[in-house]
Design a protein around this ligand. Structure first.
Ligand SMILES: Nc1ncnc2c1ncn2[C@@H]1O[C@H](COP(=O)(O)OP(=O)(O)OP(=O)(O)O)[C@@H](O)[C@H]1O
Length: 248
């Protein structure tokens, strides 16, 4: 099952401009990177896709559920761009708390929190208060919180911002193991060179509209012929983002 946005419109207030206007989009299978310039609406799309914000018109669905149902919220995980350290909580407590909020029993959430911290290589910091973690470590707590309740769809808002190169690599490998079978991962990033080639699909959002969505090899084909390996994704992104037309 995937998250589907069906003709969704949204603005941050009645008199505010529409950020998304009749946008229809389905989170693709596997691992998808969501690219787009600052202010394109990536975070807004992710917040609608996880049920945190509700559309003014249209609907967000996961199988039989809409984003207003409990059944939707327990199957979709979202990692915000800014992770907040919860006052007084250790890393394990903070991750377990997210599991509990998503409907797990206290005992299950506690066990799952340890496993999730392990997956992001933060087990040795499990007993440290989150307020005392570094920015990159706190982001890993955010990733663990998104993993804790075994969601079908993971929506990650710039999860690698602030991670060092080693952790970015660990994270990329983790995403590859997560985005298999039924689990879909949609991740916004500005880290085009690092991540786009790893993905199964690429979606480009420009001015609140999806201007490209498709398999990564189709995306990379927009790079001018002869562009060298590591620069291919950036060149493809530049070509797609500057085309100003819908390419999918
Ligand atoms: N809480 C808010 N209230 C009012 N406007 C907002 C709010 N959050 C975002 N916006 C506006 O919505 C538009 C899209 O913002 P959004 O954060 O979704 O873009 P983005 O693609 O994620 O950007 P970035 O790459 O900089 O993170 C921007 O014009 C932004 O100013």
């Amino acid at each position: 099952m995937s998250v589907e946005l069906d003709s969704v419109s949204f603005s941050y207030g009645r008199r505010k401009p529409r950020i998304l206007d009749a946008l229809s989009y389905t989170v693709p299978e596997g691992f998808t990177v969501l690219l787009g310039p600052n202010g394109a609406g990536k975070s807004t799309l992710l917040k609608l896709a996880c049920g945190l914000n509700q559309p003014a018109t249209g609907a967000v669905r996961l199988g039989p559920h809409t984003s207003r149902d409990r059944g939707f919220l327990t199957r979709v995980a979202w990692m915000p761009q800014n992770i907040t350290a919860m006052t007084g909580l250790t890393a394990r407590e903070q991750v377990a708390y997210t599991g509990w909020l998503k409907g797990m029993s206290r005992a299950d959430a506690w066990d799952a929190a340890e496993a999730a911290l392990d997956r992001v290589q933060l087990r040795d910091r499990a007993q440290v208060r989150t307020a005392q973690l570094s920015g990159g470590q706190l982001r890993r707590v955010g990733v663990a919180s998104a993993l804790v309740h075994d969601a079908d769809v993971l929506l990650l808002d710039e999860p690698t911002a602030g991670m060092d190169p080693t952790q970015r690599r660990v994270f990329r490998d983790l995403i590859r193991t997560l985005a298999t079978g039924e689990v879909r991962v949609l991740m916004s990033t500005h880290d085009v060179a690092d991540l786009a080639e790893e993905a199964d699909h690429v979606t480009v959002l420009t001015g609140g509209a999806v201007t490209f969505t498709g398999p990564t090899r189709e995306f990379l084909a927009y790079a001018p012929a002869g562009t060298a390996g590591p620069r291919r994704a950036e060149a493809a992104y530049t070509a797609v983002a500057s085309a100003g037309a819908v390419l999918h």
